[in-house]
Design a protein around this ligand. Sequence first.
Ligand code: APR
Length: 235
Amino acid sequence: MIFITQLKKIVVISGAGISAESGLSTFRDTGGLWEKYSIEEVATPEAWRRNPEMVTEFYNLRRKQLLSAKPNAAHRALVELEAHFDVQIITQNVDDLHERAGSSKVMHLHGELLKVRSSVDESLVYDWAKPEVKLGDYCEKGSQLRPHVVWFGEEVPMMGPALREMMDADILLVVGTSLNVYPAASLAYAVPDHTVIYVVDPGDMSHAGLNAHHVRGKAGEFLPGLVQELIEEWA
Ligand code: APR
């Protein structure tokens, strides 16, 4: 009789904090993006209709930052988990640092900075590794290319598949997200009661009301240690 041991499943919900030590700004920390820009000016469909140039420039700046950023120890620690667990990353981040670190299963809830899409046909999505999109860069249907990013007020098409991933999570890691933005944040509350939850965040996460082990510190410093613990205890 051959027993194929089922690998335990770890789901990771990551946010801007996991990329902070790679030099990418978070949104709601001091000095975060929403202190410098207003969401209404750069991250809503109305903003795009009103001032496509400002929106395009905002994402060009972030794309340029990303092209010179590198994955950090936190991204790499999550790759190490894959030798011992079935790991599914569900990220709110639009950067590609999880992929560049080597994670094999990454779901982007809020889109991807290195992709653009038609502004008249959302099925026309294009890889875009150049630093800048310009007004006048058109899709094949002749419409201005827009960031392939979910703006406030837009649908989050990956929510269905993401919710399904939560159903059989043995362990949930919540790393670098304030859990302020819905529907993404609702994923952290969608796991079964038996799922063991860890939060890695230097901030006070009591507002989240999660029944979790809180590792209070920077992901780049503390996630590698937690990963070793998980491997020793659960693999
Ligand atoms: N390591 C771990 N966590 C960190 C670090 C770090 N080095 N630095 C900051 N953090 C934590 C902060 O304490 C905070 O809880 O990361 C979290 C960042 O929260 P936000 O700035 O709100 O980012 P995020 O939760 O990803 O925002 C969600 O909001 O603006 C929208 O679409 C955007 O995807 C984004 C969504």
